[in-house]
Write a new protein. Structure first.
Length: 230
């Protein structure tokens, strides 16, 4: 199993070499990515709204799990408390989320995190995408933390409703690995399959303090951009 130190080094390397640079206008010269895909991945619009336009369905946010996690010291085991029962091989990549918190949010040992995984599902029951949120527990208003852990409301909407203005920084966009729970997006996907997605950071507009990092992945059928690597 890959150590947390190795994960941290890999993620820091990925930050230096993002999938696509978030600069310049949309271009037809980006391999595999048309202007519509670039607009969705690089734009500041709501993901659910974009999916509703692309699929013609109302999109519901379905929570796949919430996990409070404390950033451990070094490689000691982390102690999550899961909102769902899961087998170890089917569980979330909590070590990966801890690494994301350290590299993207500046988390230190002892920092409390709230990890959340959701599916973006149409009224037909078909899943069109998924999202992962890693939030700094103590940087958010208590009411927002409670709502994240107990409701399906998106974090952006919760922060807006609680009058917490935020800035969004796009960190990575393009083709991302489908990840450990790839089968949630499509039964034929493997963790190494490539799907369109993006990662961005939410900061407090007032203090500039990082609040959360989000990764969104889209199912291959959403865009006509060619099949995922399988």
């Amino acid at each position: 199993m890959t150590s947390r130190a190795a994960r941290l080094d890999d993620r820091q390397h990925a930050r230096r070499r993002p999938e696509r640079p978030a600069s310049g206008g949309a271009s037809d010269a980006v391999p595999g990515l048309g202007r519509v895909e670039q607009l969705v991945l690089r734009g500041d619009g709501l993901t659910t709204t974009s999916l509703e336009i692309l699929t013609g369905e109302r999109i519901d946010v379905v929570v796949d799990g919430n996990w409070p996690v404390i950033v451990p010291d070094g490689d000691e085991p982390r102690q999550p408390v899961s909102s769902l029962a899961f087998a170890e091989e089917d569980g979330p990549d909590l070590d990966g989320y801890v690494t994301a918190a350290v590299t993207d949010l500046g988390a230190r040992p002892g920092t409390r995190l709230l990890v959340r995984e959701v599916l973006l599902r149409g009224t037909s029951g078909r899943v069109h995408g998924g999202a992962e949120v890693v939030a700094l527990h103590d940087a958010l208003p208590p009411a927002v933390v409670t709502a994240l852990a107990t409701t399906a409301q998106p974090i952006g909407r919760l922060l807006r409703d609680h009058e917490v203005p935020v800035l969004r920084e796009l960190h990575r966009w393009g083709f991302l690995a489908a990840g450990p729970r790839a089968d949630r997006l499509d039964a034929d996907l493997r963790p190494t399959s490539r799907v369109l997605g993006r990662t961005y950071l939410m900061r407090s507009a007032g203090s500039g303090r990082p609040l959360a990092t989000l990764t969104e992945r889209f199912c291959p059928h959403v865009f006509a951009a060619g099949p995922a690597d399988r």
